[in-house]
Design a binder for this molecule. Structure first.
Ligand code: AMP
Length: 605
């Protein structure tokens, strides 16, 4: 009943395009004009961008929206949210508003209008089955579920799962033209917007997914930090290829570009041939002269698929695409969310006439934490650079719990002269506040600081080493990009393999495996060993030639792999076992391998 009423509201949404400044709405006890945005950095910037510049383009349909449209539509949608939630004494302050939207302008409007309502924006992945989304709806106790018409069935499917509570369902029609202009836009008082933010669910490899609550102050700090480091500008056109329920697709590729006045072009789901054509288009003799792409942020698997499909393109598209990704045109190409294999980085550089992928490290709980720099010299193979502006970092020895001092590069006693590895712990304004309704997990994730008033350290569960690199870190990419660089060794729980007294980084072994010409994909894991506690095992996908026949007419095998790695890795790091998969290594939407389930599947342990 409830749902039907609200659906009818949605159907009239875009027919009712009355000039927005004619409305006024009740919010708590104060009446305010509709054309009011919260006085927060993101909305201050939104208000000040040139309203005639392009904000969002839907690449396949070419529907495009300016910043003027965006401000008007956000105000309109904000009003709509408040109307739909009418009857709630405190409006939507701090309430979770879940939403389902395609990768498009509609998503951006929903996200910003929820933030503008001082609510907590909870993007749901339309690709998830209804029962998983039911878990998220129940766990977050979302008060509203907003959906575009396209996902109406999905939204109904979630509600039919039988939730623990009764959220309001609001279905929005597709925004086709952008709302009418709004005239002057005012900003709310400074105290408004303190309870809102964003909530993203972790992938939950071991337990049920956890809701990561990122308050708007952390969103603002994360975006400000990226803006300073990567220098987004209004001239940037970012090609958006990522899912929108992860930190990478949202903070790096929506919120920060919007803060900066850049344009976002959505192209999803990822299809390598379509992406190549788009990158090539401005440089084709017969092209439509669409604007060139200047900013690409993606995961290593996307770059790999682009590289492996390049040779299938017609030769004129190949030529134009190479120009499109060259450093003169594609100003910034970033890789992250998983380790970037050196051969991928090298192949991209060769293809693009010298464009170097910039690697960075981040996670849902912290946004981006470490990054290489804009100067090519500061994009060192295998490194994720330095801590980003406003992020504080330390490495903590996981055996002794000692903080590894920044001037202590080598641990000569136990680590035989190699840099000492430790868990990455982070502090500062970019860090999330809590795991929603999970005090135990929140408490376990943080440790107290010694310094008073500095907040707690977040334990990332990732391990890194830090060492100086002669050719990098001179400050040419910014003051933050100075000193020793960080190199990720992997997740403590699955990637740090313990063999007798030695520790092996799965990521280091994967890097070496991937640089062998026979290996297309690799996941290195630890499996139980009676003698040593654990032993190193490799799960690989072979290149076609190696899979059919090696030099002696048999497929490339474990002994060949061991021989090939002999001069590259210490003997205890060389995998003792190798399993060859027929198909690709299973990965999630962000190209990550769930090693716990992979080990179970392949080795049954
Ligand atoms: P998520 O919270 O889903 O974005 O996953 C974050 C995790 O991805 C981190 O804790 C790391 O284990 C991994 N990760 C992110 N960036 C990198 C990187 N550049 N190299 C290696 N691992 C990474």
């Amino acid at each position: 009943m409830h749902q039907r009423t609200l659906l009818s509201i949605s159907q009239s949404f875009h027919q009712n395009h009355l000039p927005i400044h004619r409305f006024s709405i009740c919010k708590s006890s104060t009446r305010r004009s509709l054309a009011t945005l919260p006085n927060l950095p993101l909305f201050r910037a939104l208000k000040d961008h040139d309203p005639s510049t392009l904000a969002v383009v839907h690449s396949p349909s070419l529907r495009s929206f300016t910043y003027g449209d965006l401000v008007a539509d956000v105000l309109h949608a904000q009003d709509r949210l408040l109307q739909a939630s009418k009857g709630r004494r405190d409006g939507l302050h701090g309430e979770r508003v879940a939403f389902l939207a395609e990768n498009s302008y509609d998503y951006v409007v929903m996200l910003l209008s929820i933030l503008a309502s001082d609510a907590i924006a909870l993007p749901l992945s339309p690709a998830f089955p209804a029962h998983e989304l039911k878990y998220i709806m129940d766990n977050s106790r979302a008060q509203m579920l907003v959906s575009t018409e396209r996902y109406l069935d999905k939204a109904h499917g979630i509600l039919q799962e039988g939730l623990d509570h009764e959220p309001i369902l609001d279905v929005w029609g597709k925004i086709k033209t952008g709302a009418a202009g709004v005239g002057a836009v005012a900003l709310d008082g400074v105290d408004v917007g303190k309870k809102g933010g964003m909530m993203l669910y972790t992938s939950g490899t071991t337990n049920r997914p956890k809701g990561v609550l990122i308050p708007q102050s952390a969103l603002a700090a994360q975006a400000a930090s990226l803006l300073e480091a990567w220098k987004y500008t209004p001239d940037d056109r970012l090609l958006h290829l990522l899912p929108l329920h992860h930190i990478h697709g949202t903070i790096n590729a929506i919120i920060t570009p919007i803060l900066s006045g850049s344009s976002i072009e959505f192209m999803f789901p990822f299809n390598p041939a379509t992406v190549w054509k788009r990158l090539a288009e401005p440089f084709l003799a017969e092209g439509t002269k669409r604007s060139k792409i200047t900013f690409l942020t993606a995961v290593p698997t996307i770059y790999n698929r682009l590289l492996s499909t390049f040779s299938t393109l017609p030769s004129d598209v190949q030529d134009a695409a190479r120009i499109g990704i060259s450093p003169e045109h594609l100003r910034l190409n970033i890789s992250g969310s998983a380790a970037l294999p050196t051969p991928t980085k090298k192949a991209w550089q060769d293809l693009s006439n010298g464009n170097v992928l910039l690697e960075r490290y981040g996670m849902t709980e912290v946004g981006m934490a470490l990054s290489c720099g804009l100067d090519f010299a500061d994009r060192v193979d295998g490194s994720v650079g330095w801590h980003l502006p406003s992020v504080e970092v330390r490495l903590v020895d996981t055996d002794t719990n000692e903080v590894i001092q920044s001037d202590e590069q080598l641990d000569n006693s136990s680590n035989k002269g190699r840099p000492r590895e430790g868990e990455i712990q982070l502090r500062g304004p970019t860090i999330f506040r809590e795991y929603w309704a999970n005090e135990t997990a929140t408490q376990e994730a943080f440790v107290d600081s010694e310094e008073k008033g500095k907040g707690q350290w977040f334990k990332t569960g990732d391990v890194a080493i830090r060492r100086p690199v002669d050719t990098a870190g001179k400050g040419t990419s910014g003051e933050w990009a100075k000193g020793p660089m960080y190199f990720i060794q992997g997740r403590l729980s699955v990637d740090i393999i313990k063999i007798g007294g030695e520790k092996v980084s799965a990521l280091e072994v994967e890097r070496e495996l991937l640089s062998l010409p026979q290996i297309a994909e690799a996941a290195v894991v630890g499996i139980p060993s009676k003698q040593w506690g654990q032993k190193v095992a490799a799960i690989v996908v072979l290149n076609a030639e190696a899979a059919t026949a090696g030099r002696d007419g048999r497929p490339w095998g474990t002994m060949d792999m061991r021989r090939a790695l002999k001069d590259r890795l210490a003997s205890y790091k060389i995998p003792q076992v190798m399993k060859v998969l027929d198909g690709p290594v299973p990965r999630n939407a962000m190209g990550k391998v769930n090693k716990k389930s992979l080990v179970k599947e392949v080795f049954g342990v």
